[in-house]
Design a protein around this ligand. Structure first.
Ligand SMILES: [Zn+2]
Length: 122
């Protein structure tokens, strides 16, 4: 069971304690004959008392993060392969007397298939 934190968020509330359970704010709720007249519930917060983001959002966030990480890993290995190819391509070009900057090659790399230039990797 995850620990939850609850805190009254009402303006001018004197209760600054963060609770471990939801409930009525004893400071804001007004009672009449022992029954709550104006019920003010605590709102969910983070452990440090900051604004809490809904669990649905957190789940989506984690999912996106995991997927993003996979995408990042994929992109990283793609980038590494790309830079290897670029290095090879620049080398080939230099051998042919063409001095090309990495930036120029990047632009070419977008339109020209570098694999055709450097050949398939062993
Ligand atoms: Zn309150």
């Amino acid at each position: 069971m995850m620990t939850t934190y609850w805190k009254c968020n009402s303006e001018g509330c004197t209760d600054t304690v963060t609770y471990r359970f939801k409930g009525l704010c004893r400071s804001c709720t007004t009672y009449e004959l022992g029954e709550p007249k104006t019920a003010v519930y605590r709102e969910r917060v983070n452990a440090d008392g900051s604004e809490y983001h809904k669990i649905e959002g957190m789940r989506v966030g984690q999912f996106v993060t995991r997927r993003q990480k996979m995408e990042m890993d994929k992109q990283y290995s793609k980038d590494r392969k790309m830079s290897t190819k670029m290095r090879k391509a620049r080398q080939i070009m230099r051998e042919e007397g063409i001095d090309i900057s990495k930036e120029e090659l990047m632009q070419i790399g977008e339109t020209v298939d570098l694999e055709q230039l450097v050949g398939e990797e062993e």
